[in-house]
Design a protein around this ligand. Structure first.
Ligand code: C2O
Ligand code: CU
Ligand code: CU
Length: 482
């Protein structure tokens, strides 16, 4: 298959020049976080290949995706056995425009069932790639959907088989999905895609996913699987160059199984312009941002540093943990990307628009129900996922409020399939501005209220904690819309 070879080739060169973590070693049961050693900084950030559109018809994006085992220069050592989409980790980026018809010809070459879930997209139930629609080993499946207007943004795709999501995603099955708008207010600003996904390796370089029932497996079930190697597009500490006067739009995806990133740029602020479901109404200047699992952010980074100097995009300490599983060095900032200031100043510095796009409010006054979701360790409303059960049923078109209460001392990022929502308040405090979300972090002992309208698509939609181990253990429920 043509385009698969292409992806492999691209990845080959990308990774050959990328610094690799040398001597990354397994994380002990106590959570000791061993840092990748000797990874030289400086290789340029390489973005995943873009999926080739094999359709010539306007408004149609037709692509091929294969999930299969591969051996790639991913971890320490010669080659790491991974599971990959089209031989690439992250998988190739699916790019489409609002209104496009997307056809994905998928083949499962794994030796177990899988799915592809289009995280955050508002598309029919049959195309959602949830555990209700497994694709068996050797089978093909076509995912067909239309990208709704008004949903330009940064999304991602990943497997969602019952109980096996952590395993498959941790082995490399995840990729970004970018939806563009014709009237993008930030069009013309150079873009970078940063897919964050930590990982953990054994001494022999293989991906360390513990045996079921082992101490480490139990630890991961509690804490969520974290790794000591922090990858950005499968590179360790890549560099991005920026010129004086330049502005760049960074699309950042948290594809980690459990790690929450509190992102900061040393010596500079960022303009936060968007989250899961695309742009805000106006940019917000921030020092830092918390990005929980499966959330995305869009930021504008500006070339304001003195030429010849550099800054770091850092993962700052963020305490999402219960004390028993908090890693020993959780409070140590980690560099993710080096931002190098330099080059010729731009002739005309980029002018950023003061407003971006309207985000129409969902009105709590028209909500016809409030759903309470109580999060405890591994359960929602004291239940574990049962595929045969419907936990919430609601009429098509209804607007509802969800009150998500986290009763335990650990954060749980809450995700709803199929329908984007808006956060109303946190612990009763209204959030400062509106945005479209599909995942909201619910910090320890906090209550978050969201509002959602079940537009267009009946079906059975999952809601769950997006710490992948928690999801696999059944911290998930089913919303039936009919
Ligand atoms: Cu990103 Cu139910 O998943
Ligand atoms: Cu999802
Ligand atoms: Cu959780």
């Amino acid at each position: 298959m043509h385009q698969r070879r292409f992806a492999l080739l691209l990845l080959g060169c990308a990774l050959a020049s990328a610094p690799r973590p040398a001597g990354a070693s397994a994380q002990g049961a106590a959570g000791a976080d061993v840092r990748a050693r000797g990874a030289p900084a400086g290789a340029r950030l390489v973005e995943p290949p873009v999926l080739a559109n094999v359709s010539a018809r306007p408004g149609v994006v037709e692509v091929h995706l294969v999930a299969a085992p591969a051996t790639l220069p991913y971890g320490p050592g010669q080659g790491t056995r991974v599971l990959a989409f089209n031989g690439s980790v992250p998988g190739p980026t699916l790019e489409a425009r609002e209104g496009d018809r997307v056809v994905v010809h998928f083949k499962n070459e794994l030796d177990e069932p899988t799915t592809i879930h289009w995280h955050g997209l508002h598309i029919p139930f049959e195309s959602d790639g949830s555990p209700f629609h497994p694709v068996q080993p050797g089978e093909r499946h076509d995912y067909v959907f239309t990208i709704p207007e008004g949903t330009a943004g940064t999304y991602w795709y990943h497997p969602h088989p019952h109980h096996r999501t952590t395993h498959q995603v941790s082995h490399g099955l995840f990729g970004a999905l970018i939806v563009r708008a014709d009237d993008d207010p930030l069009a013309g600003i150079p873009e970078k895609l940063l897919v964050l996904a930590d990982n953990r390796f054994r001494a022999d370089g293989s991906i360390d996913v513990p045996e079921k029932g082992s101490m480490q497996a139990r630890f991961d079930e509690e804490n969520g699987r974290e790794g000591d190697v922090l990858f950005v597009n499968s590179q360790v500490l890549p560099a991005i160059d920026i010129r004086p006067g330049e502005a760049q739009r960074w699309r950042i995806v948290n594809a980690s199984a459990a790690r929450v990133y509190r992102l900061g740029l040393t010596g500079a602020t960022m303009l936060h312009v968007g989250s899961d479901g695309g742009l805000f109404e106006r940019p917000v200047e921030v020092d830092e941002l918390v990005v929980s699992n499966s959330e995305r952010v869009e930021v504008i980074v500006r070339g304001t540093g003195a030429p010849g100097t550099s800054a770091a995009l850092q993962a700052l300490p963020y305490d999402r943990y219960i004390p028993q599983t908090r890693p020993a060095d959780w409070d140590r900032p980690r560099d993710l990307v080096t931002l190098r200031y330099g080059g010729q100043p731009l002739a005309t510095p980029v002018a950023l628009p003061p407003t971006l796009r309207p985000v129409a409010p969902l009105d709590p006054d028209v909500a016809t129900a409030t759903r309470v979701a109580v999060l405890t360790q591994g359960m929602i409303n004291n239940r574990k996922m049962d595929m045969r059960r419907v936990d919430v049923s609601a009429p098509l078109g209804a607007t509802e409020v969800w009150q998500i209460e986290n009763l335990v001392g650990m954060d749980h990022p809450f995700h709803l399939h199929g329908f984007r929502f808006q956060v109303i308040d946190r612990n009763g405090e209204p959030v400062p501005f509106r945005s479209w979300k599909d995942t909201v972090n619910v910090p320890k002992h906090e209550t978050v209220r969201i509002i959602v309208r079940y537009d267009d698509f009946p079906g059975k939609w999952m809601f769950h904690c997006h710490i992948l181990n928690h999801e696999d253990m059944g911290m998930m429920g089913v919303l039936e819309v009919r």
